[in-house]
Design a protein around this ligand. Sequence first.
Ligand code: ADP
Length: 432
Amino acid sequence: MAIRLGCVADDFTGATDLANNLVRAGMRVVQLIDVPPDGGEAAVDADAVVIALKSRTVPAADAVEASLRALSWLRSAGAEQIYFKYCSTFDSTPAGNIGPVTEALMDALDTDFTIATPAFPDNGRTVFKGHLFVGDVLLSESGMRHHPLTPMADPHLVSVLGAQSTRAVGLIDHTAVAHGSEAIRARIDELRRQGIGIAIADAVSNDDLLRLGAAVRDMPLVTAGSGLAIGLPANWGFTPSSAAAQLPPPSGHRAIISGSVSAATNEQVAEFLRSGRPAFSVDPLRIAAGEDVAGEALAFGAAHLADGPGGPGGPVLFHSTETPEAVRAVQSRLGAVEAGALVERALARVAQGLVAHGVRRIVVAGGETSGAVVRALGITGLRIGPQIDPGVPWCAAALPGGDTLHIALKSGNFGGPGFFTDSFALLDREAR
Ligand code: ADP
């Protein structure tokens, strides 16, 4: 069956966040890692497909090219509406990439109007009078002001997007959004008559997003953070149901791979160690000295992952997680990029070895680490399952050999202290 909604996301964890929201609103969703190569089968058993690109901070021309390839695949899969997903803090520069990608998609879809809203009230992102707030402060007063790649010094999105676009940018302000879908459509008609091509849409609550979602039902293209996703599935008659999040039953050993050095992950690793469960520390300095740390990790895994009376083994933790001071010390000796690459390669090799050993349930902590592990395992798509924590679902992936791997990808600062063991408990509960 053809898909309904086709999504182009400008980064990996953002794609998962969007997919997760769509599943919670009742759609069955598959996330693809990059556009399938030419000739790749454009038939997927899902209501929505999210293609995860890495186009947020690449040159605008490259982002446009990748997004158009994604669009073309999604259309051949039958998508009736296209959703361009970017960050809820509108991460971009005057060169793009939100404006150029939006306009290229509009041209390709031959449409003269679309909306733009990064609002995601559940995550504290709201837009009012065209200004983006992060929690209680304007975007420009949040940490985003000093972001290394996409510093956001102007919270007025009409100006920010205007600077990146050739089309005129306008505003669907909260007066219309609060009034209802009819008022939003009337405002859109008015903006169109004024020659506006893209409109920032205010939204400060989930109700605003639901009204917006209904109002944009017939638009070929919408652009947004992941928030708008809560309001779209109803346009096709989808309603929230746990069936949308159903995965095949899990089996096999359990492992956790953590290359994240964020505060939340440090707590999660500490909590896991406190519980006395088996853990192996992957030390970058020992790798740099030429020691076979990945090999040792796998021997440790083999010793601790035997089937027991309670069923398959684990979870066993493999981690390079250290405090910020320890990480800085390693970085000053090896260089930050080199240290990161060494750790990512080692953890990816550990993941491959674990899967060869029969691990079929993996939690990965760290955004970059997740990318490295997914690539090493040859995973090209993920069916999105039940949510463990906001923005972090369990997923099922087909391994190149045909087996199913259950995998959860957690970027740095997500999840409470018990995340590692809680996630496996949730998977067991859902399978019952
Ligand atoms: P997060 O989502 O928490 O930012 P990432 O995986 O995206 O986690 O990034 C963490 C980076 O730090 C990775 O490149 C990883 O390889 C690197 N890293 C992990 N552990 C160490 C360590 N002990 N020393 C130095 N770098 C490390």
